[in-house]
Unconditional design. Structure first.
Length: 615
């Protein structure tokens, strides 16, 4: 222990004697380690971390083995593979023998800010989630204040209640202790706050933090956002309205395979009760997936970008290691006489290697500590970038934690070995006689030294070249996307969404509301034109249907037509140039975008308006 402390003191003294070298080395390592830590922090939160609930390894989620729901089904969930109807969920719950809990959930609306919450008469937006009664008990998480939701809260005649998140409690109620029992409205429906969840709980979908949870309901203001399929007016009895995500908790001693074997026959009987079964080879089965990390929508969206980024910053760290190894070789030449004297008075080569590695370790520790601070800023930037790409809120789950700290320490130690080991071995390979006489004619040693230095430089150049080519291609892709002709002039175009159905407006009143809103927008000063459409352009969703040509004998049942419903004037050119000094693309060219194979319907149009250029 005393020898180690002596090495540390001597190493610190030597680093203080070379402040320029120390500053360059620490800063280089901080940038490389910080970038790796920032990426790993996001990777850990999205791809690796388990849900903050009790025994997450016992959770399973329900999915179709074949992602081919019935062709007449109306799909609400983001992925048909994880969407089931309420009658199917009720069948699972009644005939379940392998799970201790079965619960379901669905967002109140299509967008993350999907619920209008009235607080003291003032409307606010929140991310609401409808859940069944065993949601909180099945997850094994208890509220920090008040109570959770129960099966009694699902009864149609029961008072509407809500449980809010800690973040929403802080944001909207300033953590007021009297929030329990507070009266609010949810899309115009009176409700009462009965619980507040702990700060660590965000829901079951990493990256999408729910603000509030309410009991599953079929009222028009709260029901899942798609319209029911033909023949069903209530979500409770519409067997083909697949809108719920379902999860469960395994009973003690029951494996996932055993639970799947017990529930799959229940699912098959449900499907064939009133559906025409497809050929046996295409018949869908129930599959239970590991639910310890929640639903994987965000993992699927970000896995490839995160892996590419991790590889890129890994190259950056390797370049920094090669650069520092080259600097340490040059520094070893300056300390050659010192090392020769220590060897001459009896120091062993292993003792000197340990001393030099201790100095490298000190550099790595300082670089890692500074890199951990840099990683905090880098993580915030990544959260903003990836949140925009994935359409999710990542701030609640991407936080420094012991796993990230251990990763930083591990990377720092590995870095010290990578850039310090070769120079340490090279520095202690000295011919004492010639070194003490300062013989400049030692040609073989000079060649060995230059050969190692040249190898490091080649490695640096090769890695840098790969990164430069990748960065160039990335920049070129951004330029191409910016210059791409989408068939309409994007300048001075504003886009926003309205959903009056969430305030209870429906029927003829709904059409009048949108008509009046559009007229008022057109009357605003500076607005050149305005129109409406169901979904924002390039959102990836559309209406799907099949067609039949009158008089034709051909069967088009297997041909899916995707369409948007738009208001008059959607394809009308601007009355005057929409942008000064630039030629507008052909404004009458229709928009085309391939959408997922799902039938999605919404009564929430998006309004676009165009204002003239201001100079």
């Amino acid at each position: 222990m005393g020898t180690l402390w002596q090495d540390l003191r001597y190493g610190l003294r030597m680093l203080r004697l070379s402040p320029g070298f120390t500053a360059v080395a620490v800063l280089s390592l901080a940038l490389g380690i910080g970038a790796n830590t920032a990426i790993f922090n996001l990777l850990d939160a999205v791809m690796l971390k388990s849900l903050p609930v009790k025994d997450p390894q016992q959770l399973v989620f329900f999915q179709w083995e074949h992602t081919k729901p019935h062709p007449d089904a109306s799909q609400t969930g983001a992925d048909s593979a994880f969407s089931f109807s309420y009658p199917a969920f009720d069948e699972f719950r009644r005939q379940n023998t392998a799970l201790s809990n079965v619960f379901a959930f669905v967002p109140v609306g299509f967008d993350p800010q999907n619920t209008t919450v009235g607080i003291n008469g003032a409307p606010t937006l929140a991310n609401g989630m409808m859940v069944t009664g065993e949601y909180f008990s099945g997850l094994g998480v208890a509220p920090a204040l008040g109570r959770g939701l129960t099966e009694e809260d699902e009864n149609p005649g029961a008072p509407r209640v809500a449980v809010i998140s800690d973040a929403y409690w802080t944001r909207e109620f300033a953590r007021a202790p009297g929030v329990l029992g507070r009266a609010i409205t949810l899309n115009g429906i009176p409700a009462t706050i009965v619980g507040v969840m702990p700060p660590s709980f965000y829901g079951v979908e990493p990256g999408r933090s729910s603000d509030l949870w309410l009991a599953f309901d079929d009222q028009p203001n709260l029901r899942p956002w798609s319209m029911p399929p033909s023949g069903g007016t209530s979500v409770y009895n519409a067997r083909k309205w697949i809108c719920l995500n379902i999860m469960g908790r395994l009973k003690p001693g029951v494996s996932r395979a055993q639970a799947q074997a017990a529930l799959d026959p229940v699912f098959r009987r449900f499907l064939t009760a009133d559906w025409t079964p497809p050929p046996s080879g295409d018949f869908a089965h129930l599959s239970l997936g590991d639910g310890d990390r929640g639903l994987h929508y965000l993992r699927r969206a970000l896995s490839q970008p995160l892996n590419v980024l991790m590889a890129a910053v890994g190259f950056v760290l390797l370049i920094a290691c090669a650069n520092l190894a080259t600097l340490l070789l040059a520094r070893a030449s300056a300390r050659r006489r010192e090392i020769s004297v220590r060897l001459a008075i009896g120091a062993s080569r292993s003792r000197l290697i340990r001393q030099l590695l201790t100095e490298s370790m000190l550099l790595s520790i300082m670089g890692g500590a500074l890199g951990f601070l840099f990683a905090g800023w880098g993580t915030q930037m990544l959260v903003m970038l990836t949140a925009g790409m994935a359409g999710r809120d990542l701030e609640a789950i991407v936080k420094p934690n012991p796993t990230v700290l251990l990763f930083t320490i591990g990377v720092s130690m590995l870095t010290a070995i990578l850039f310090g080991l070769a120079p340490a071995f090279r520095a202690t390979r000295i011919e004492l006689a010639t070194s003490l006489k300062q013989d400049a004619g030692n040609v073989s040693e000079g060649r060995d030294k230059h050969r190692l230095a040249k190898s490091l430089v080649v490695a640096q150049v090769a890695a840098s070249l790969v990164l430069m080519i990748g960065a160039g291609l990335f920049v070129q892709t951004l330029v191409n996307m910016q210059r791409r002709n989408f068939g309409f002039d994007q300048s001075n175009l504003l886009l926003f969404g309205l959903d009056a159905t969430r305030d209870g407006i429906e029927g003829p009143r709904l059409a009048d509301f949108y008509k009046q809103t559009l007229e008022q927008i057109r009357a605003l000063p500076g607005v050149q034109s305005a129109t409406m459409l169901e979904y924002p352009p390039f959102s990836g969703v559309s209406n799907n249907t099949t067609i039949q040509i009158v008089g034709s004998q051909r069967n088009f049942d297997d041909q899916v037509v995707r369409f948007f419903t738009v208001a008059p004037g959607f394809l009308t050119p601007c009355a005057s140039p929409c942008s000064s000094g630039a030629a507008s693309p052909n404004p009458t060219r229709p928009l085309h975008r391939k959408s997922p194979s799902s039938t999605i319907s919404s009564s929430a149009p998006f309004v676009t308006d165009r204002v003239p250029s201001v100079t």
